[in-house]
Design a protein around this ligand. Sequence first.
Ligand code: AOS
Ligand code: ZN
Ligand code: ZN
Length: 388
Amino acid sequence: MTTFESISDQLEAQAIELPSWAFGNSGTRFKVFTTPGTPRTIEEKISDAARVHELTGLAPSVALHIPWDKVDDYAALGRYAGDLGLSLGTVNSNTFQDDAYKFGSLTHTDAAVRQKAIDHHFECLEIMNETGSNDLKIWLADGTNYPGQGDIRGRQDRLADSLAAIYGRLGDNQRLVLEYKFFEPAFYHTDVPDWGTSYAQVAALGDQALVCLDTGHHAPGTNIEFIVAQLLRLGKLGSFDFNSRFYADDDLIVGAADPFQLFRILYEVIRGGGFGPDSPVAFMLDQCHNVEEKIPGQIRSVLNVQEMTTRALLVDRDALTAAQDAGDVLGANGILMDAFYTDVRADLAAWRESCGLPADPMAAFAASGYQQKIADERVGGRQAGWGA
Ligand code: AOS
Ligand code: ZN
Ligand code: ZN
């Protein structure tokens, strides 16, 4: 069995990007509940994100969503984040709120609508140039609700053309990551429904285009760690949107619904070279906190990723390979399960203290008085996207 001491230095480099929208109010189509202290501006969202990083050491960057996080001066926003110990990360585009996009954005039959969507991505790239962000993340709401409503093949061809126009504007150090999702908001077909479609589209673009895997975007029962292994094998896993789900795209706290699945995913990430300072894989959260407090929700999330990463690092890979090669089915399974069942919480608490962090970041946040302070100071906090 691998020991905690032998792997703990690998934990130092772990970085998980926080989504700005996780700090805003969110909900379902039935109701959006407000939380006292909810940020009113992107600066307040960044300030909340800074608390997560300060207490965990795990979350040094914040992803922006445009136009939700639109400001006049992005260089100044970057300096504001820097003063709080953070950097601005992935820029997420948004082509799902304008009336013009009712029947599609990058796939639309009308060239003027496609150009509007392409121009929006050009604007995102200009913002990235000012913030120093590397990744442009594209998630499309494009799709249809009824068979025959659209020419699904033609839409794929138009998507390829639109993505090529965007890709052509990437700077040398910038990447395009294309997120897939098998349903919602469209219910018959989605234009980027699965990793295969995302892979086909980004492979046609070039080396700077990669796949974004959102853990909530698969049909129930999908073996997500297999997709992780395959994309790493192909050199095309660009980033994760981590969250967890019981039913659909629930956007719950990562590791809450199925910690074993998170462990299996992280094991394949590590096994495939997707973890560590030189890895091209960006770890992000994509979550909403509908009823729980948002800052502790984000703290719990990054700690869950750290905990399952630690357990995955504990897998005795030499012993596992030997058991696999020997055809020792139950022995191999037992080696993996030994690591999964190892309780690493006490070791992680002691390790955090040795790094100058609180042993229990959740308790440290509760004791800090920050939640009460923002509840007193901020009135009229906003919904995550619409109007934020
Ligand atoms: C939508 O389901 C996706 O997960 C996207 O990543 C989206 O941009 C994000 O949820 C913010 O709306
Ligand atoms: Zn996502
Ligand atoms: Zn989603």
